[in-house]
Design a protein around this ligand. Structure first.
Ligand SMILES: [Mn+2]
Length: 328
């Protein structure tokens, strides 16, 4: 069965659908849920998006109709039992949606994942999973097109933004001719690239730039420049008053280094360190993140490791060197 066939089979008898995404949602999670919600309304399916928390202000422009409710808002005006299907986008684990949404998911019972992260065959057999897609937004776009629903600008801007963000502006190996064919259709609705780019990337405060400058000036590299990394101690986040969510893209700045294979960023969170990986091309950082208890795509992955910053850096760099040697 194709993903669209699986999708159709799941929504056929659904009267009300709730769409959710992972905790701390990014533009792919939010864009995918909003676009899918708009599209389902076009074919007269009652639909609402519900996330563990309210959308952050910087994302509300992607949801001009206010389709995304927080869990608490949803509970105040809807009855969970009236929902037939929960669609989860941009993750394939119910653990990632947050405690309150996880509790609702048990009451709804029927779940469909729409996602582009790698997962077990048992999951991909019955859910809409395609790890070759550049973004969940691209998979949602494919389903929308297959269902014969026309793109409107309201559907197109969130999908365009989802793909823009998840490909770090079309630079990852997941970008295909089909991705660009879809982008062409999205632009045809009236989406303007400078507007879309600036809305998601061009609203930073001076402090964000100053923290980035500080962190970049401390960048390190080993293995003849094949491995480079950035370090963000918690104290610096506080000093510059920058939201953690806003630091995700910092690591991408390392990708312009000559000879680089893997870029990392270590961000301190209490007694843990969040480690983000980016690959400049051939190294599979998904495998590396898995070895360290995390996961992700081959070009972009992450994990969280217990311990002090220096210990975590040593441990991670050792695994990286080992993995790069193995791949040679
Ligand atoms: Mn994604």
């Amino acid at each position: 069965m194709t993903n669209t066939q699986k999708f159709k089979a799941m929504i056929t008898h659904a009267k009300r659908v709730v769409i959710t995404t992972h905790l701390h949602p990014d533009a792919d999670g939010i864009g995918s849920q909003v676009a899918l919600c708009m599209a389902l309304k076009h074919i007269n399916i009652e639909c609402v998006c519900v996330n563990e928390e309210k959308l952050m202000d910087r994302y509300t422009y992607l949801d001009p109709k206010n389709s995304v409710l927080s869990h608490d808002e949803f509970m105040a005006s809807y009855t969970v039992e009236d929902t037939d299907l929960l669609i989860v986008v941009d993750t394939n684990s119910v653990k990632r949606v947050g405690k309150k949404i996880e509790a609702i998911s048990k009451r709804i019972g029927k779940i469909l994942f729409i996602d582009h992260h790698p997962c077990k065959v048992e999951v991909s057999d019955i859910h809409c999973i395609d790890s070759t897609k550049a973004a969940t937004g691209e998979l949602v776009g494919t389903i929308i097109e297959d269902l014969g629903i026309e793109y409107t600008e309201e559907i197109a801007l969130p999908l365009y933004t989802a793909i823009l963000i998840d490909t770090s502006s079309f630079r990852y190996p997941t970008v295909t001719a089909n991705t660009h064919k879809m982008i062409a259709k999205l632009l045809a609705t009236g989406v303007k690239p400078p507007f879309a780019f600036n809305k998601i990337n061009g609203t930073k405060r001076l402090k964000h730039m100053q923290l980035l400058g500080h962190i970049l000036s401390e960048a390190k590299m080993v293995n003849d420049g094949e491995i480079a990394w950035l370090t963000i101690p918690e104290s610096l986040m506080e000093k510059f008053d920058v939201d953690p969510e806003d630091t995700h893209s910092y690591v991408n700045h390392l990708l312009i280094l000559d000879n680089l294979k893997v870029a990392c960023m270590f961000r301190e969170i209490g007694d843990q360190v969040k480690v983000s990986f980016r690959s400049s091309g051939n190294s599979d950082v998904g495998v590396i993140a898995q070895r360290l208890g995390g996961g992700g795509h081959n070009h972009s992955a992450a994990t969280v490791i217990e311990g002090k910053m220096d210990e975590v850096i040593d441990k991670t760099i050792k695994v990286l060197k080992d993995e790069l040697k193995r791949l040679c």
